[in-house]
Ligand binder design. Structure first.
Ligand SMILES: Cc1cc2nc3c(=O)[nH]c(=O)nc-3n(C[C@H](O)[C@H](O)[C@H](O)COP(=O)(O)O)c2cc1C
Length: 300
């Protein structure tokens, strides 16, 4: 369907849609299901060094235009992850998301998981886990150090996932590019809160969470636009993509591939087919031969 093979560092995407990290993607059966339902590839739930249970309930609040979540990065740790994938062979790109508290921890995880990952996505952007994610990824110098440390230990492609909780996301992207990242993805969730008016306290057990879904789409689109204008490496768009029109907007803003998270959670697996069929129809009707032809057309 697209010329993404060449755009995205040799991973053979049959279409530009990937399952975003953290949404219906904890176990291999869900990755396989996502692929069957039309995802070209999958980004796993973020994996850390030690197993984590995550926060107590409630961890998710549903709002009219999306979700606020604070899961607390629940994951089996790298050893548990390796045990979980043993015996599986995937016929789609498996992008393993990793998180650490320092460049050394990210590098350690990349080394341990290089045998099973087709690429790594570095979670430099989770907004609600103390000592991780955004707390590291808000500073360009940290982004540089983490990407560099991972590139030093793995030959697998490295994607830096950036936070929108910053005044200039392009600076973060440029730091990732300088350190050798093969791509950036944007955006992770926006720091947010919801309050129960009768309990008169925050709803989430962690109080603060990350906002995702249709409400953040214009912000994600602007982030992709800014990044695509500033960087030479590919940008992967994520944030609120729910319809094929959203997807086309992101491609026109310069995204070479797209991730879908909350829409899968709210509308089911069928969103992959609906969106890819919509993109295909749009390309045919507008006289384009491939997704690659429309990437960045709105950058001007
Ligand atoms: C329940 C939930 C869990 C998430 N967990 C992760 C995660 O572990 N690692 C990560 O990088 N992003 C995580 N995200 C962020 C998504 O991958 C994505 O960047 C964000 O939700 C915006 O896209 P969307 O609007 O399509 O969901 C999570 C999002 C949600 C809603």
């Amino acid at each position: 369907m697209s010329s993404l093979n060449t755009i995205l560092f040799g991973l053979s995407f049959e279409n530009p849609l990937l399952l975003a990290s953290g949404v219906n993607d904890k176990v291999p059966e869900q990755w396989i299901r996502a692929h069957k339902e039309g995802a070209g590839g999958v980004v796993t739930k973020s994996i850390g060094i030690e197993p984590r249970k995550g926060y107590g309930n409630p961890t998710v609040v549903e709002l009219p235009y999306g979700l606020i979540n604070a899961m607390g990065l629940p994951n089996p740790g790298w050893k548990g992850f390796l045990e979980m994938v043993e015996g599986y062979a995937f016929d789609f790109p498996l992008i393993v998301s990793i998180f650490g508290g320092s460049p050394g921890e990210f590098a350690f995880l990349a080394e341990k998981l290089s045998g099973v990952a087709d690429a790594f996505e570095l979670n430099l952007s989770c907004p609600h886990a103390k000592g991780y994610g955004m707390e590291i990824g808000q500073r360009p110098e940290n982004v540089y150090e983490v990407v560099k440390a991972v590139k030093d230990v793995t030959g697998k492609p490295v994607i830096a996932k950036l936070t929108p909780n910053t005044n200039d996301i392009a600076k973060l992207g440029l730091a990732a590019e300088k350190a050798g990242a093969n791509a950036v993805s944007a955006i992770n969730t926006l720091k947010a809160i919801a309050i129960d008016v009768y309990a008169r306290m925050p709803i989430l057990s962690n109080k603060i969470g990350g906002y995702s879904g249709p409400g953040i789409k214009p912000i994600a689109l602007r982030a992709v636009y800014d990044l695509a204008r500033a960087l030479d490496i590919p940008v992967i768009g994520v944030g609120g993509i729910t319809t094929w029109q959203d997807a086309v907007e992101f491609l026109l803003a310069g995204a070479s591939a797209l991730q879908i998270g909350t829409a899968v959670s709210l509308r089911g697996w069928r969103v992959f087919r609906e969106i890819s069929e919509g993109i295909k129809r749009y390309l045919e009707e507008e006289g384009f031969l491939s997704v690659g032809e429309i990437v960045g057309l709105a950058l001007g």
